[in-house]
Design a binder for this molecule. Structure first.
Ligand SMILES: [Cu+2]
Length: 184
């Protein structure tokens, strides 16, 4: 009896610790949920092909009659060789082009990226408003906020991968980055 007591105590203590741990876990889970809720567009979705990871492709709702829409995502290259994003296609538009933005004589300009976009070995490239981005030109319909539309990205080495662009609100700039509207 006398040596049962410490065991019972130890058992009770372990139970309490476990409960405490579970409570911490619940709080941690809640914290993550709250954190995700605070970051716009953080309902993360990603796609893999070869050594590449395509993170959170997103686009923006467009006003009626608009002929172009932007496309944004981050490509992470986990491999030891560089790769190259060569082309993009989607049913939502006639064409999709890779653009880069720059400042020339104090004026923002954008131009097509020639020869594809290099994704360095072990590095990443972010396509975002005000920088490299996709442009869906000749829209066949307006992307609507809350929907997803499919597109295919083709890389030189990794090949093709089907992704889905999450359509966000018209004013969405992607984590507060500089924004610029495309002329039609
Ligand atoms: Cu553009």
């Amino acid at each position: 009896m006398s040596n049962l007591l410490p065991q019972a105590q130890a058992f009770a203590l372990r139970g309490a610790q476990q409960l405490d741990f579970q409570r911490h876990l619940a709080f941690a889970g809640l914290f993550v949920v709250l954190l995700l809720a605070c970051v716009p567009g953080a309902l993360a979705h990603e796609f893999k092909v070869g050594d590449l990871e395509i993170q959170h492709p997103w686009s923006r709702a467009t006003p009626p009659g608009a002929k172009v829409a932007g496309g944004y995502f981050t490509v992470v290259n986990k491999g030891s060789a560089p790769d190259r994003l060569l082309s993009i296609s989607s049913d939502i538009s006639d064409k999709a082009e890779l653009h880069e933005m720059g400042v020339k004589d104090g004026v923002m300009t954008m131009r097509p990226v020639e020869g594809g976009l290099e994704i360095p070995a072990g590095g990443k490239v972010a396509l975002k408003p005000g920088a490299y981005h996709l442009m869906f030109t000749g829209l066949k319909r307006q992307p609507k906020q809350g929907e997803k539309f499919p597109a295919t990205l083709t890389f030189e080495k990794a090949g093709s991968v089907k992704v889905e662009f999450a359509v966000e609100g018209m004013g969405e700039t992607g984590s507060g980055d500089m924004d610029m509207d495309h002329a039609e």
